[in-house]
Design a protein around this ligand. Sequence first.
Ligand code: NAP
Ligand code: ISN
Length: 342
Amino acid sequence: FKYKSCRLMGKTAIVTAATSGIGLAIAERLGHEGAAIIISSRNDSNVKRSVEFLQRSGVENVAGTICHIGDAQHREKLVDFVRISLFQRMKEGEKSDKFKNVLVFLHRNFNLELVCHLLAFDDETLQAVKKYGRIDILVNNAGINPIFCDILEVNETTWDKLFDINVKASFLLTKLVIPYMEKVGGGSVIFNASFAAYKSPPGIALYGITKTTVIALTKALANSLANKNIRVNCIAPGIVKTKMSSALWSRSNDETIASNTFDEIALGRYGTAEECAGTVAFLLWSRSNDETIASNTFDEIALGRYGTAEECAGTVAFLVSNDASYITGESIIIAGGAQARL
Ligand code: NAP
Ligand code: ISN
């Protein structure tokens, strides 16, 4: 079942880390509700494949570009998608007052030489993004969890990397996007935190701390941006079924995965950079059945199952729509009733 509506018609949404899992589901859902979609991730072929997937699934306006979220130039390039698009439309003769104002705005606020340079050398991109002359919605979905260990075993490099990717990068991207939202009279920003922000699950405590910070950042930005009519909210999913990398699949067997409970994995060994948050979830659900699943894993979840990426996407579609026009600074837990707070 694919939910479709016109709720986001005329809006343009950027979704980061959108080539699989929750990000891809969010892109699909926002597209099915009428938004033009710009997706991104670290990997060009994944981006292309996902754009094609979204087109096949019925998303009419979709384009994508590389953006390693921790790379400042990549973040700027992502926003240039929109900047180039505006200039292209002006070049095509849309000389209305509105566009003259946009031109003035670009001159004042952005490096127009860079826009011209990119215009001359990147026609394919230009064609792809012609339609996307505005940004109304930013979904900061990117997040990693490269290590599984006790909090006291975390070293400085890992600490910095997790905070860089899970907190700082999305904050800096948001700062780049805000002028665009202001220009169209407002917008909506979403962060993807985690249930782990509230519970500090063993083994991924640092990940949880970064996600707690994401919730605090959501509140801070909501306060700061309210006067610009920009709402800022976040989702906090519990364990969600997401895809895993083929690299991990090829390493997975009964010997290397000693157990199917999260606690035992956390105590058992360190992870690798590839083993991100989604992978942890996958390890749990892919080996789950009535016989093997540890009873305590599901006992905490009132609904008795893990979540799906589509269920996260539905919440995001609501939060970015006018149906949530009086909601800002909030985090919505999507965890099947697992208790995290009052
Ligand atoms: P996933 O299925 O493994 O997908 C990860 C996505 O992130 C891929 O599209 C990957 O694309 C992209 N990516 C990875 N590193 C990136 C980087 N540095 N810059 C840009 N893109 C990057 O993961 P997921 O489970 O959907 O997780 C998405 C978000 O949900 C994360 O913030 C995670 O913390 C959060 N979350 C997940 C769960 C869960 O149980 N799955 C629970 C709570 C919260 P490329 O490989 O093409 O770059
Ligand atoms: C999470 C939240 C609660 C328990 C396990 N694994 C988890 C995540 C995650 O966000 O990746």
